[in-house]
Design a protein around this ligand. Structure first.
Ligand code: SF4
Length: 719
């Protein structure tokens, strides 16, 4: 027995229905097989029967898990990983950062699992061993940051008191006071002791893509964790931990961490510009979504400037920030104020948030909160003709102030999504879909309750976001279910899809012939979704970005970092998510795991942890959706946006110009050609030890991974 080195050996399972907490103490063998985070969370989805198709995502039985791993505590990247059944009814796994994961570890827990459903709004307070379900009716209906601050004002460690000396404004440091924005709702509150995960109004209203925020600036943003927590009437989890952490070989762990931090400090691009350092690169390789993915390249360098990390940090950066222990500090607080408006007093009350401080969007948010809405050209008059014929090949028609304005619109949109606690990627794709449908006259202003979403119009984007977050009317209800369901809603409204009809296609038509798909005068054509979920800003329509197969093989619609069809890379990424560490930082290995736990694992063991997550995830998605024929229902060409394959790129370098996405395991191909995606998929499944006709893990594979007890009965039903 090596516990409690690296892991404490206990997880708090909080049932908010009866306000009880059960201490779950997995065997050490379970920890050694799954570590924590992603893999251990998937284990519990099977162990507790959440995989059962009869359990709906918003049922009280569903479990939201915020999980840690053996590296948490003093590691050079303090992260957490959420695992639940998504409102989209697939496995939801999302990584986030901030300071709260470390706080939970220091409180003596390897994770929190929330089940049940409270009658009234509550929050969970964790102070070391004490776990309480408390009334949160005072904070219900507030945005995620206001909730976070409220939690911090109400949760204290054993020796902390809520008096002026401890928490009074007079005792705030100057730096803290500087960071305190004008609007209380946006206060960041870094210096409070307790840390918190919190949801926004979107989570309370169960918007399918509502996120779970951490410390106001890091998000478990993919797949609707915030919505599931909201369905339980839980506003957040506040944590104060004072126990510290114990490692098997503390010196070895700290030495590994020091070396990692040195590498982080040397990573100047990340350190000075955060993920925006990759913005230029993303544009070079065609990973930039513009106007609902009509384009993925900008050709004029001037148009790119507002996206560039150097430009943004100079224009808006206030302070670099980091997850606990990380010297890379890849994200920034930024002041959201355009000098255009500073020079034009009286107009500052528009989308500049009065100079309030928020988080600078990462490069992917720049695409999904900016490019997809068409912010990067001057908006000009609200006249569709103004945009007629304008494309990214044109010389940038604006000036420096227009660039800054574009950046401000992007930041403002991102900040609104943060405020409401919505995933910026799915949210951005969703609204961009509505913009394109309206701009192409496939839907009307009347369909949008009077909103006119011209490209680049941040006010219209805000109006739509508010409808979504509050589920305002039939339109808000429809849009709150994400990109795919939004397209279905409008397709039904326009009579393109029957009331009970799903846009499924006959397998005989799909393989090996061209799939039958909607044409570009049909609404479903414009849903830029992979497996029914809005795609990240890693477009497939480029020569160097991910290919179609890479998106198709993800066990959930896609991991945050986009598609990847390398089995080794798949497993490594899931190992990192189980360790629980950060993918942006120099990665963990068996040496770090052993220093933390004393388990004596090698790199093969660490990869097996990732492989278990992949096999569990695949079976989870098949079983919970009761997919009898994955080729038709899940791993099919129509699960990807048809635009990838139909529309040749109109911009970009010669090697991609005029070409479409390849339909197999390649990069771009000539327009109209068709490769056999099925053959590539079959090879991939075979390499994984899955059946080649359905992609179900074989009995031998499950036995090899030592998860057959957990999964074989389910797998046998589908082979
Ligand atoms: S690199 Fe960025 S996301 Fe990763 S741990 Fe460091 S600050 Fe957090």
């Amino acid at each position: 027995m090596t516990l409690p080195n690296g892991v404490w050996g206990k997880i708090a399972r909080v049932d908010v229905s009866d306000e009880t907490t059960e201490v779950i103490e997995p065997d050490e063998e379970v920890y050694q097989k799954f570590y924590g985070g992603e893999s251990l969370g998937m284990y519990f989805l099977f162990e507790e029967g959440i995989v059962d198709p009869d359990i709906e995502p918003f049922d009280p039985e569903n479990m939201v898990q915020v999980m840690l791993g053996p590296t948490n505590g003093l590691a050079a990247a303090g992260r957490s990983c959420t695992v639940t059944k998504s409102p989209y009814n697939f496995a939801a796994v999302s990584r986030g950062g901030g300071q709260t994961p470390r706080e939970l570890k220091w409180a003596g827990w390897d994770g929190v699992q929330v089940v049940g459903q409270a009658d009234d709004p509550v929050y969970i307070s964790i102070v070391n061993d004490e776990v309480e379900v408390r009334d949160a009716s005072d904070i219900a209906g507030k945005n995620s940051r206001a909730k976070e601050m409220w939690f911090k004002r109400n949760v204290f460690g054993p020796h902390e008191k809520k008096d002026d000396k401890t928490l009074g404004e007079a005792h705030m440091t100057d730096e803290w006071a500087d960071l305190r924005p004008l609007d209380d709702d946006f206060t960041l509150g870094e210096k409070r002791n307790a840390k918190a995960w919190s949801i926004g109004v979107g989570g309370e209203n169960q918007v399918w893509y509502a996120a779970l925020g951490c410390d106001g600036n890091s998000w478990h943003g993919r797949h609707g964790e915030g919505a599931v927590l909201g369905s339980k009437n839980v506003m957040g989890i506040a944590v104060r931990g004072t126990k510290g952490v114990k490692y098997h070989d503390k010196q070895a762990f700290l030495q590994w961490t020091r070396e990692s931090q040195e590498a982080q400090r040397a990573s100047t691009g990340w350190r000075f510009y955060g993920t925006t350092n990759s913005a230029g690169n993303a544009l070079d390789v065609g990973c930039w979504p513009m106007r609902n993915w009509q384009w993925v390249y900008l050709n004029d360098p001037d148009a790119v400037r507002p996206l560039d990390g150097m430009y943004l940090t100079k224009a808006t950066s206030v302070k670099g920030k980091a997850c606990s222990g990380c010297a890379q500090q890849c994200y920034y607080t930024s002041r959201q104020q355009s000098d255009k408006y500073t020079e034009s007093p009286g107009e500052i009350d528009d989308y500049t948030l009065d100079g309030a401080i928020g988080i600078m969007p990462c490069w992917e948010m720049q695409g999904c909160s900016g490019g997809v809405h068409g912010y990067f050209f001057p908006q000009g008059p609200k006249d569709a003709d103004y945009f007629e014929g304008l494309d990214p090949s044109d010389t940038y028609p604006g000036n420096r102030k227009d660039m800054l304005e574009a950046a401000m619109k992007m930041q403002y949109t991102d900040e609104l999504e943060n405020k409401y606690g919505l995933d910026t990627i799915e949210g951005g794709n969703n609204i961009a879909l509505v913009q394109e449908l309206w701009n192409k006259d496939l839907i009307t202003t009347e369909d949008l309750d009077g909103i006119e979403p011209y490209w680049g119009d941040v006010d219209a984007v805000q109006q739509l976001l508010e409808k979504i977050a509050h589920k305002d009317g039939e339109l808000g209800e429809a849009l709150a279910k994400g990109t795919w369901e939004t397209a279905k809603y409008f397709a039904r409204k326009k009579g393109e899809l029957g009331e009970d009809q799903d846009p499924q296609f006959d397998a005989e038509e799909i393989w090996p012939e061209e799939p039958h798909v909607p044409s570009d005068d049909e609404i479903m054509y414009y849903a830029m979704a992979c497996k029914r979920y809005g795609m990240p800003a890693h477009g497939v329509r480029s020569e160097r970005c991910r290919n179609a197969l890479a998106y198709l093989v993800q066990y959930r619609p896609h991991v945050h970092t986009g598609g990847n069809d390398s089995i080794g890379a798949n497993h490594y990424i899931s190992f990192v998510g189980s360790a629980v560490f950060c993918l942006f930082s120099p990665g963990p290995d068996a040496e770090l795991i052993n220093a933390a736990t004393g388990w004596g694992h090698d790199d093969e063991d660490t990869m097996l942890v990732g492989e278990r997550a992949w096999n569990l995830g695949r079976l989870f998605n098949i079983h919970t959706q009761e997919i009898e024929n994955p080729r038709e229902e899940w791993d099919a060409a129509h699960m990807m946006p048809q635009r990838w394959f139909d529309e040749p790129l109109t911009t970009g370098p010669p090697e991609v110009h005029g070409k479409t996405a390849h339909r197999g395991n390649q990069q771009v191909t000539e327009e109209g050609s068709y490769e056999n995606l099925w053959a590539d998929l079959e090879d991939y499944w075979d390499d994984r030890g899955w059946t080649t006709d359905k992609g179900i893990p074989t009995a031998a594979k499950l036995e090899e991974l030592d998860i057959d007890d957990l999964t074989e009965d389910i797998a046998a039903q589908y082979r």
